[in-house]
Each structure stands twice: as structure tokens, then as C-alpha cells.
Design a protein around this ligand. Sequence first.
Ligand SMILES: *Cc1c(COP(=O)(O)O)cnc(C)c1O
Length: 381
Amino acid sequence: MPTPIYLDYAATTPVDARVIQCMVAHMSVDGDFGNPASRSHAFGWQAEEAVEAARVQIAEAINADPREIIWTSGATESDNLALKGAAFGASRRHLITSSIEHKAILDCCGFLQQQGFEVTYLPPDAWGRTSSEQVREALRDDTLMVSIMHVNNELGTVNDLRSIGEVCRANGVLFHTDAAQGFGKLPVDVEAMCIDLLSLSAHKIYGPKGIGALYVRRSQGLQLAPQMHGGGHEMGMRSGTLPAQQIVGLGAAAELMIEHMDAERAHLAELRQRFLSHLGQIPDSVVHTHPEDHIPGIVNVGIAGVDGETLLLALSGLAVSSGSACTSASVEPSHVLRGLGIADDLAHASLRFSFGRFTVAADVDAAGQQLATIVGRLRGS
Ligand SMILES: *Cc1c(COP(=O)(O)O)cnc(C)c1O
């Protein structure tokens, strides 16, 4: 069987060759392979210099100070450190999030509830947005933190972080955002948006898997309870030898994203239009992604009146994500589509197409044509 066309950039991206080149220089015996924590020789100093240069790259990308960037293994760990790290030791017991966050947030919240915290899960609007008014109404005297994602990973719908951040700031509540899908694709400014904590990941932006960062605002005097104990790295918030090659990979990937943000967005917007015109040929296809508040690389579409499982099986030529999630017991509609109030049948027959740096028009055309053909066949027309 031929290799399917990769249209799942929201799940992960290939590593850009320029990023790999930077990483390779920090691994082998003739490169800067040292431990950044080694203080007594040049191998350590050089590795530390590379790590600190990457810290500046990430900080500049979000208008932060380099001392506010903590390296982690990815957005999942960043989310865990942000939520649990802030909650443990705090006297306030209430958190606010949305019901369609990534599992890294929802499962952390569930865990915190077991530990005696209370969590409000805000229902999104029909497109997956959470409003600052909803946040304001949910605030309590004992609210510690609000965590609302930047861009939803299944929908591509974007939240207005600035208005939510302003409500949090005005009420003395911490604001965390999971920006794994938005970072590098949309401008992020932690000052202008009143963000106190921000999670990001390298493998969604053409960097390597297994590295991410958490922005932690200094002026809030936040000392997160470490979730990883060890040598006291990263200002005591996250121990473990810094993976210098991963870190320089993240730094380089971020810089490329920022440098080419406008051109890349234009490229993806063109592909999106092209794909939408294919969808226009498929009756009863419903786009779940917000028509304006979106990143152009993600289109989530439901095909009414077809069986989801059959559809996905027939689409073997396309690497896309489905609107179903396999749990240990059964196939459930995704919590995100359910959270939008979409009926189970349509959720099962929903697909996330996500485009990226290496997607070309021919890929999108092939996807549109295959989808139209298969849906036609399944509907018996
Ligand atoms: C991918 C993703 C994560 C998880 O990131 P990892 O680096 O794979 O742990 C968390 N949140 C969102 C919104 C994501 O898209």
C-alpha cells in the first residue's frame, strides 16, 4: 500500500532539516556534547551557552525574560507543572478551565479534585471558544487559577487570550494557557495578554519530540512546587540534566516559526481555501472549526449520514485524525466534539485535517477528491 498523505500536523510535525542540523552539533564527540551543569570545564560552559541562547530565543518569541523560561519534556509536563506546581501549597482551592482542554489539563484537574481542589469546567460556545465573560462569572474568592488553551488541538479554534488575561489580572487570579497549538503560529505576548504561565512544545512546530517549556512570570513571585525532584535545576522547579540537543532544537524551531510566521500563515490559508472548496462538493459536510477565529492549518469536518468507522477505514490513503477516541473499553466520541454539543453519530463521522510546512496543493487536492469519492460511495450515490 502506498504511504498515506500526511495531513496530521496537529498531532506532530516532522523535524525541519535546519533544526536537525543545530541538534547534531550538540551530540557527538566532536560537537558540544557536554553537560550544561558541568561548571568546571569548557565542555559544560559551551553546552550551557547553547542552552541559554535557546532560552533567549523562546523568551523573545513570547516577549518574556529568559529567566522566566523553564525547560520541560513537552507541553504535557508543562501543563502538569503549571497546575499542580501552583496548586500544591496554595491556600486557594478553586480552579477554572474549559471542558474541551487537552487531556493533559483535564486529567491534572481531575487529579487535583481528588486532592480536595474544586474545578469549574466552562462549556465552550458552538465553535469551541471560551469567553472572558464566562471566566468572570465563574470567579470565586478562593479562585487560584484560570487555565484556558490558546488554540484547540482538535478544532483549530482560537481563544481571545488577551480578554481572558485581563479579567484574571484585574481579579488577582493566575492565568495559565496551554499554547502548544498556537505558539509560533500566532503572535503571543505574555505582557500584553496578561499571561502568568504558558505551556509550549517543540514537536508541534517542526522541532524534536520530548522537549517543551513553561513560561513562569517572575513578577508574580510564583514558586512552583517541583514535580520532579533531583539536582535543583531550572531554579528548583524542574530537576534533570538539560537535554542540550533537544533544547537547541526547540530554540531553532521557534525562531524559524517566528521569522516565517506571516508567510507560513498565508501558505496554510491558501491550502485551507482549496480544501474548503473541495468540501463544498460534499453535501452535508459541516465544518466545526470557527470560520474566522482559527489557525489556518486545522479543519475539523463532520460528514453527516455516514458511519464514522467505515469512513476512516475507507480513507486509508490519508493520515488524518478522527473524532473518536479509543478508550480501554470502547470507541467514544472525542470529549471536544461532545463538548460542542455535537451528536455522537456526527462526532464519530468527523475528521481533523491538519496541514503544515511540507503540505502542497496536490496533497490537499488528493485529500479532497478521495474524501468526495468515498463519501459518495458510502452514501450509495
Ligand atoms: C500536543 C499537545 C499537548 C501535549 O504536548 P506534548 O509535548 O506532546 O506533551 C498538550 N496540549 C495541546 C493543546 C497539544 O496540542
